[in-house]
Design a protein around this ligand. Structure first.
Ligand code: SF4
Length: 315
């Protein structure tokens, strides 16, 4: 599979670009996820012309529209950063990015909960880094995360599932797909979508079925919005257990009472969070393979991202 292109804050790759001359290497991103990803590094502070090392900066003023100010000498870097960020997000359009991993807590790169100081020097964690804000406004549909949040197994699994789904979707778009391609994509992603949102699963099914009189471009656009919106909604053990039970319905004829009982017990233990998702999924995959179940073997839900990442071993 062609590698996924992902934007990243440069210091997370181990480059010495931070204000103190150091880096914030994240080995999961570089060594593990890095096997599947081509990173496009962006360091707002260095790329807008500041040296390494440099005076540290922070946000201050209105958390919705803060100023970027150096901490000791109080130089206002806001206009410089905003001008550069506007230009840089335009350049990134040609990079075919599937998402971005930001460095947390940075006044330039932080995605959320960045400190913003008031005139008394008190901070509230309500800000967004200047470049991160410009990026998210310019690419509202792209999956974004911070390296700190990616240490949470559920957030990690969700983000990586989204970038892989987005990559498959972009592949359909790049082929100038027809209605048949859309139906095919939707069919294969049905259970994945269902694991996030029943509401979106139903709406997207209707959208794909009622194609008469709707221009293909509009159909694709509307479907894409629903797809990305649905995948943003977190899966839960309860939602996944419902999908697993739904899959069990395809084996009514084949499984012995004993086999059925075993799967039901594993699904229940997973739902109660005594077992990780990988356990019931592995058993169902075994039956899909053994009985060559045609619909289920095409379901992305069973293989949404490379097994080697072991993402379902921890959720
Ligand atoms: S947090 Fe952002 S601005 Fe700071 S060093 Fe890392 S990439 Fe550069």
């Amino acid at each position: 599979m062609e590698k996924i292109r992902l934007g990243i804050s440069t210091c997370l790759l181990g480059e010495n670009v931070r204000y103190d001359g150091g880096h914030k290497l994240d080995r999961f991103l570089t060594e593990t996820l890095g096997q599947y990803v081509d990173y496009v590094p962006v360091c707002p502070e260095v790329e807008c012309g500041l040296p390494v090392p440099r005076e540290s900066m922070h946000l201050e003023g209105d958390p919705e529209a803060p100023r970027l100010v150096t901490s000791r000498t109080k130089q206002d870097m806001t206009e410089r950063m905003l001008q550069w960020a506007r230009k840089r997000v335009g350049e990134l359009e040609s990079e075919n990015l599937m998402g971005f991993v930001f460095k947390s807590d940075s006044p330039s790169s932080g995605m959320e909960r960045v400190r913003v100081y008031n005139e008394k020097g008190m901070a509230v964690k309500k800000g967004v880094g200047m470049f991160a804000r410009a990026f998210m406004q310019h690419f509202p549909l792209l999956p974004v995360e911070e390296e700190g949040r990616l240490h949470d197994p559920r957030l990690r699994e969700n983000f990586i599932e989204r970038i892989f789904a987005f990559k498959r979707w972009r592949d359909v778009l790049s082929r100038n797909g027809d209605r048949g391609d859309l139906v095919d994509f939707h069919t294969k992603h049905k259970l994945l979508i269902l694991s996030h949102s029943t509401k979106h699963y139903e709406a997207m099914g209707k959208r794909v079925a009622q194609t008469k009189g709707i221009p293909l471009k509009d159909l694709y656009q509307h479907y894409q919005a629903l797809l990305l919106e649905s995948l943003q909604l977190k899966t839960t053990p309860k939602k996944n257990a419902n999908v697993l039970m739904h899959m069990m319905g395809y084996f009514k004829e084949q499984l012995s009472p004993d086999e059925k009982q075993e799967v039901l017990e594993l699904i229940d233990l997973y739902r109660k969070e005594f077992l990780p998702l990988i356990v019931p999924v592995t058993l169902i995959k075994h039956f899909v393979r053994k009985y060559d179940q045609p619909y289920l073997k095409e379901q992305v839900y069973l293989n949404p991202h490379p097994m080697e990442l072991q993402l379902r071993n921890h959720v």
